[in-house]
Ligand binder design. Structure first.
Ligand code: ZN
Length: 503
């Protein structure tokens, strides 16, 4: 009995020891593998030890260019990546850096999702296109489509440029001889091309188009040059709503040949009548409509000054002890920003006025409906955001009427105010609508600074009883800064009213 007892005890001790040793060994192996994993994290193929990542290198049709393919068949986190490599390390390093970052972002996000219990199978697909130019220069356009959860994936387009013979890379600035005048022309041509593109024209956000095509070289970073055209790639969701993928703009070489630096200029013999580059010497571009966008956007500042008298008139001070303020939001609706703004307004039980664009209501009818359901005032801000003082009567009428129609159809509620884009208004514009024309006296400049903290600073400095505050429900920074603005105004004793309720 005693013996048995002792025996049993000693075997328990043995088992406990064995378990402890096994546990220690396992954790030691785990720790070592973790460390090596971290050390090797710059080597992408070691990222997923358990799944097979296949890396393959083949020659391309282009001299000096190889194609690297990396694929993983992981059940939850698969990827297929293809990119070019040359004989020149600066180019190769730039590409590798982009690929590694894209892959790391994808793997990290997916690992987090998995940890949080998501069963969603991700997708990362990077492929590329090679576009050649007669000068021996190549543009490599990498298309990165990824999806890490839910239905909406994203597509990112990035371009890299190389002369495979010399190893020289080139930028958009090199292409245009680093000449600021050429950059201005490029900006104008890009705007023109965007507004002339039937797939984009009706769907673009004019203020965004303006920003993304400002004459700054970096705006045109992603491009490809061929013998026929200059192709510009813009970021997805930036220029237009609901666009299928990133906007791609094509400008014929005939329109830019004279602007290109010498080594990229096409010189074509003067034989064919139809030859586009017959006279590449100098061809001034005529003034183009997109210039209007530029000057009118600049007016926003001035307008807030010039319109002050107008709004003052309608808001004569009545000292009844109640301080009123009208919050107004332009250029929406937006599926994310407008919703967040509605939530914040609801938190303060504040009513506001939303001056919507017809083109965006068409895209986001359910968001417009939510604005109405939340009890806010519906305003008309035209269909496409043009400067109406530069449009003819028919255009003014259709911009206003079609917008009112769609807002009323979608929400079942009447539009009760009109705000002309850029605050630009004249007799012709006024004569085309019975709606009261509403401008503003406090401009938060939210479209310019995009800074949640500056929103409150602008409001603090300029708001008084009866003020109309101008904001835009298309900028995330505005949604983020609104809570502080409402908290401040409430603490100052203001009541939030719809613009047509201002007394
Ligand atoms: Zn606007």
């Amino acid at each position: 009995m005693k013996n048995m007892h002792r025996k049993r005890r000693s075997s328990w001790i043995d088992i406990t020891f064995s378990i402890a040793i096994i546990a220690l060994t396992v954790s030691a192996i785990y720790l070592i593998s973790q460390t090596t994993k971290n050390e090797a994290s710059s080597l992408p193929e070691k990222n997923k030890a358990s799944t097979s990542v296949v890396i393959d290198t083949i020659d391309s049709h282009y001299p000096g260019i190889k194609i690297i393919t990396e694929t993983s068949n992981d059940t939850y986190i698969p990827f297929a990546i293809q990119y070019p490599q040359s004989l020149h390390s600066p180019f190769n390093e730039a590409i590798s850096k982009y690929i590694t970052t894209a892959k790391q972002n994808y793997l990290t996000t997916m690992a987090e999702n998995k940890k949080n219990g998501s069963k969603f199978t991700g997708e990362l697909n990077i492929s590329f296109e090679t576009l050649s130019h007669y000068s021996g220069n190549y543009s490599f356009v990498l298309v990165n489509s990824s999806s890490t959860g839910g239905a909406n994936g994203t597509t990112d387009i990035r371009s890299f440029h190389l002369n495979p013979e010399t190893g020289e890379t080139f930028t958009i600035a090199d292409l245009f001889g680093r000449d600021p005048k050429n950059l201005e022309q490029l900006s104008t041509l890009a705007r023109e091309a965007i507004y002339n593109d039937p797939l984009l024209a009706d769907h673009v956000f004019p203020e965004e188009v303006h920003l993304q095509t400002e004459p700054i070289w970096a705006n045109f970073d992603n491009f490809a040059i061929t013998d026929e055209s200059l192709i510009l790639y813009f970021d997805e969701y930036e220029l237009a709503a609901g666009a299928a993928g990133p906007p791609i703009i094509v400008i014929p070489v005939s329109d830019i040949n004279s602007l290109l630096s010498e080594k990229f200029q096409l010189v074509v013999e003067d034989t064919d009548e139809n030859t586009i580059t017959k006279d590449p010497v100098k061809e001034e571009n005529p003034a183009t409509p997109p210039k209007d966008t530029e000057s009118s956007t600049n007016q926003v500042n001035n307008d807030s000054d010039t319109t002050e008298d107008e709004t003052e008139g309608s808001t004569e001070e009545v000292d009844d002890g109640i301080k009123q303020i009208a919050l107004t939001f332009d250029d929406g609706p937006d599926p994310k920003v407008t919703i967040q703004i509605l939530e914040t307004l609801n938190k303060y039980d504040a009513k506001a006025t939303f001056f919507m664009l017809g083109s965006r209501v068409e895209y986001y009818p359910e968001i417009a409906k939510k604005v109405q359901e939340a009890g806010h005032e519906l305003g008309n801000h035209t269909w496409n955001h043009p400067d109406l003082t530069k449009a003819n009567v028919e255009k003014v009428r259709s911009e206003i009427n079609e917008t009112s129609s769609i807002i009323e159809n979608v929400t079942g509620q009447k539009v009760t105010a009109f705000r002309p884009p850029y605050g630009a208004v004249n007799k012709t514009v006024r004569s085309q609508t019975n709606l009261p024309v509403v401008l503003w006296d406090v401009d938060t400049l939210d479209w310019k600074h995009r800074d949640p903290d500056k929103l409150l600073a602008h409001v603090k400095g300029a708001t008084k009883d009866g003020s109309i505050i101008l904001m835009h429900d298309i900028h995330q920074s505005t949604a983020d800064g609104l809570d502080a603005v409402l908290a401040y105004l409430q603490s100052e004793g203001y009541t939030f009213v719809k613009v047509s309720e201002l007394q």
